[in-house]
Design a protein around this ligand. Structure first.
Ligand code: 4NP
Length: 153
């Protein structure tokens, strides 16, 4: 089983969406025996919370229910997962700092690098933005999740 962990700052907007969209594709393609996913954040401000209502509202519109509860990253995550997909450069730097020696830095990746249309560094943080940015983030994450799964196959 190849286990991937999606990581953002608060684990209520970007990474729970990435986890849900990735697992939807895994399920649709009957790949559950090969891939598993989870998500987490750097912060524990929202620990135990469902994803942001705006993230969930847009996901529901596209037929996706997000049931993940926010949790902060732990040292064990570097033992329990094969690959870490990070939502922006600031979070990437922190995750690199936390990385124990055994974990290969090539297994920590910027998720936006898998965007087939606009590859780049950051999935924008929508938390303090309006609903249009949440819509944009949904589309970006959807593209990246599909292209990332394709790259794993
Ligand atoms: P996320 O968005 O990292 O995509 O979950 C954020 C959510 C909450 C906060 C920041 C970013 N916050 O500062 O509480």
């Amino acid at each position: 089983m190849y286990k991937v962990l999606f990581i953002c700052l608060g684990n209520i907007c970007r990474s729970p969406l990435a986890e849900a969209l990735f697992m939807k594709l895994v399920n649709e393609n009957q790949l559950n025996n090969r891939f598993a996913a989870d998500s987490c954040g750097l912060l524990d401000f929202h620990k135990g919370d469902l994803a942001d209502p705006r993230t969930r509202q847009i996901a529901i519109k596209y037929g996706l229910e997000i049931v993940h509860r926010s949790r902060p990253i732990t040292a064990n995550d570097f033992y329990n997962f094969d690959e870490l997909l990070v939502m922006d450069e600031a979070v990437f730097s922190k995750v690199m700092e936390m990385k124990p020696p055994h974990f290969d830095s090539s297994q920590i990746k910027l998720f936006r690098n898998f965007d087939p249309y606009q590859p780049g560094t950051d999935v924008p943080d929508p938390y303090y933005k309006d609903i249009a940015v949440f819509e944009e983030v949904h589309l970006i994450v959807e593209r990246c999740a599909a292209n990332y799964l394709k790259a794993l196959l």
